[in-house]
Ligand binder design. Structure first.
Ligand code: NAD
Length: 394
């Protein structure tokens, strides 16, 4: 089948197998070119491993430090005439490259929130890999079936307390308009915390601990975002921000649990705003990202997921020194995004952005190119006119 991009709003309903494989190779090459990360992880579990920051973490652990990796992800396989979601192709391409490099790489496709997937993962890790020294929790999901109550929680991206109006962009059509989002109800807030908060991360860590599968001195890390004031009502002070506060609460609990066994640690890393499937679904944020990319590319400080995680590993987690934490105990990889000069320029550009000047004032072209890349489109060296095997059997 010949696969073309079919963008529907903030999603692309097709993904290109060869393009996803090329995207994986590009990230592996980037990590290899930076050289080895000494004293890095040897056995890593990545939950949410197939795209975005989790995938970048898996690639960095494997190709930066030679780690064996176990990945948990939730992607749709291909149907007869419908490509899989990109994470499905990414995972196959990653496993092939890791295996060819002599590295253990095993993945489970299923709901990380469920007891069944946790039990399967723990059984396989116990039999095949051994105690884990790095757990990366990088799940971004719209819903969670609670493993104890069976309740279905759906996360929402809404402000808390009062309505929020700001500019947003339809990244596909290039139309800038105002959007007003009504505040979340108490139930929506609780549901979002249940999905995107820290409870599931804690359940994973407790299950690994019970099974004796946490190596002494293990590191556990989860990712969060803070961002500038323009996005605070919808992010930091909104439903997702409250869920991220809960993630930080979980980090403190997990940290105490790991320290009870020795020198382990758990932390939240605040990462840069980047185009991923998760971030493209948030109102206002894609327009902010398009402005941010323009400024940071001009400055030469732009980084992608793989650069961010390479920097996390090499300058924070595995540099042999104490972590540089902010007063909330978080590691800050958003330091370049939050530089006063970058944010000054954002504040200067933001009120002026409109449909007519979108190309001039923002890097909307770069945004679109990166968005399509998430689905395997626009990669150099890929023949997009060729027939591809949707099952990626060869
Ligand atoms: P993403 O959509 O690219 O990745 C999400 C991953 O979670 C995928 O591998 C997906 O398969 C997996 N997943 C979703 N539901 C699952 C389930 N039920 N079971 C198993 N796996 C499941 O998202 P991302 O942007 O890389 O986000 C990862 C983390 O990074 C999130 O916590 C997010 O808040 C954080 N973060 C993102 C940004 C950003 O700008 N993208 C910035 C800072 C922090």
């Amino acid at each position: 089948m010949i696969v073309r991009p079919k963008v529907r709003g903030f999603f692309c309903v097709t993904a290109h197998p060869a393009g996803c494989a090329a995207h994986i190779q590009e990230q592996i090459d980037q990590i290899r070119n930076r050289g080895p990360i000494q004293n890095g992880p040897k056995r890593a579990l990545v939950i949410g491993a197939s795209t975005g920051y989790g995938l970048a973490s898996r690639i960095t652990a494997a190709f930066g430090s030679g780690a064996g990796t176990f990945g948990v992800y939730y992607d749709r396989p291909p149907a007869e005439d419908r490509p899989a979601t990109p994470g499905w192709y990414n995972t196959i391409a990653f496993e092939r490259a890791a295996t060819a490099a002599g590295l253990y790489a095993r993945s489970l496709n299923g709901d990380a929130f469920s007891d069944a997937i946790k039990n399967q993962a723990i059984d396989l890790i116990g039999r095949e890999l051994g105690p884990i020294d790095l757990v990366v929790y990088s799940v971004a999901s719209p819903r969670r079936v609670h493993p104890r109550t069976g309740a279905i929680h759906k996360s929402v991206i809404k402000p808390v307390g009062q309505p929020y109006t700001n500019k947003t962009v339809d990244t596909d059509l290039g139309i800038v308009s105002d959007i007003t989002i009504e505040p979340a109800t108490a139930e929506e807030i609780a549901d979002t915390v249940a999905v995107m908060g820290g409870e599931d991360w804690e359940l994973w860590m407790q299950a690994l601990d019970r099974a004796g599968l946490l190596a002494p001195g293990a590191t556990a890390v989860a990712y969060s975002y803070i961002g500038p004031e323009v996005t605070w009502p919808i992010y930091r002070n909104g439903t997702i921000g409250l869920a991220k506060e809960d993630l930080e609460r979980a980090a403190r609990r997990i940290d105490a649990m790991l320290k009870a066994h020795g020198p382990g640690r758990a932390l939240v890393s605040i990462n840069k705003a980047l185009v991923t499937q998760a971030s493209s679904a948030i109102p206002v944020v894609p327009l902010y990202i398009a402005v941010l990319y323009k400024i940071m590319k001009a400055q030469g400080t732009h980084e992608g997921c793989i650069d961010q995680i390479q920097r996390l590993f090499s300058t924070q987690l595995y540099n042999g020194r104490a972590l540089a934490q902010d007063d909330g105990g978080r590691v800050r990889l958003d330091d370049r995004e939050m530089q006063p000069e970058v944010q000054r320029q954002i504040r200067e550009i933001w009120p002026r952005v409109a449909t007519e000047n979108l190309d001039e004032l923002t890097d909307i072209q770069g945004y679109r190119a990166e968005f399509l890349k998430l689905f395997g489109f626009g990669l150099a060296g890929v023949d997009y006119d060729a027939d591809v095997d949707l099952n990626m059997t060869s």
